[in-house]
Design a protein around this ligand. Sequence first.
Ligand code: B1M
Length: 217
Amino acid sequence: MPGRSLAAEEQALVDAILEFDEDAVLEQVQRLRSGGKDPLQIVEVARVAMDEVGQRFQTKQLFLTELIMGGELLKSTMRALGFATGTPARAEGAKGKVLLGTVAGDIHDIGKNIVLSLLVANGYDVVDIGVDVPAGRFVEEVRRYRPDVVGMCGLLTVAFDSMKATVDALVGAGLRDEVKVIVGGGAVDQKVCDYVGADAWGPTAADAVAICRKWIG
Ligand code: B1M
């Protein structure tokens, strides 16, 4: 949540996540909800904590077990907030069709599932093809489902090359002009968007929905 400091109750959620205290996390989520905070704002607060978990993992203050625990804790938080946590999923919606997946080499899916939930809640038909999805599979699924938008997620640096390979594969298959491509997750930014050859990137799940809305109504 760049640009503003956290309120005391938001900070309490961050602290509970950093202590890996699930009861305290869920209690704090409940408190924020009762206070009228929007679930997506709560996600962004949890994201602050997960960035810190990631930093501590990187600097070896935390180990893989704790990274996994952090992921599980975040999934419980998402469940409590009513977001999808499973994959794959298919939802029939009246609006346009979005194909969503985490690219090859990357299994991070919590952000993807939030994007999925939000798109479904906004009436889109979403086909979730899961995680670690090779470029060729994206091409196959585009041929099969004919989506309006292809959404690629990835948090690892190596995911950026997978995203580029996927866009290249769509070009090679003659499908690139038939779909809009949006990328997102973790460190994705405009530079990554340009590098991979996507049409847009979404800093948050809400941005992803706003972009799809702009494209397909
Ligand atoms: Co991983 N991990 N992880 N991890 N992990 C990161 C990404 C890392 C930055 C941590 C760090 O070291 N600082 C680092 C990547 C470093 C790099 O590549 N530069 C890392 C690493 C190294 C690894 C492993 C390699 C660790 C290891 O095994 N030694 C390994 C890789 C596995 C693999 O993918 N092949 C690994 C594994 C895991 C877990 C399985 C333990 C777990 C993931 C559980 C899961 O997803 N089911 C995990 C976790 C939890 C994290 C961190 C701590 C948190 C990720 C997260 O869920 N954030 C992460 C640190 C970080 O992100 N700073 C880290 C919350 C989530 C809501 O945010 O996904 O960004 P995010 O989604 C946002 C927006 O980005 C947006 O909407 C969401 C809400 O606003 N959004 C989109 C998301 N997708 C979008 C798509 C769009 C548009 C918007 O359009 C399509």
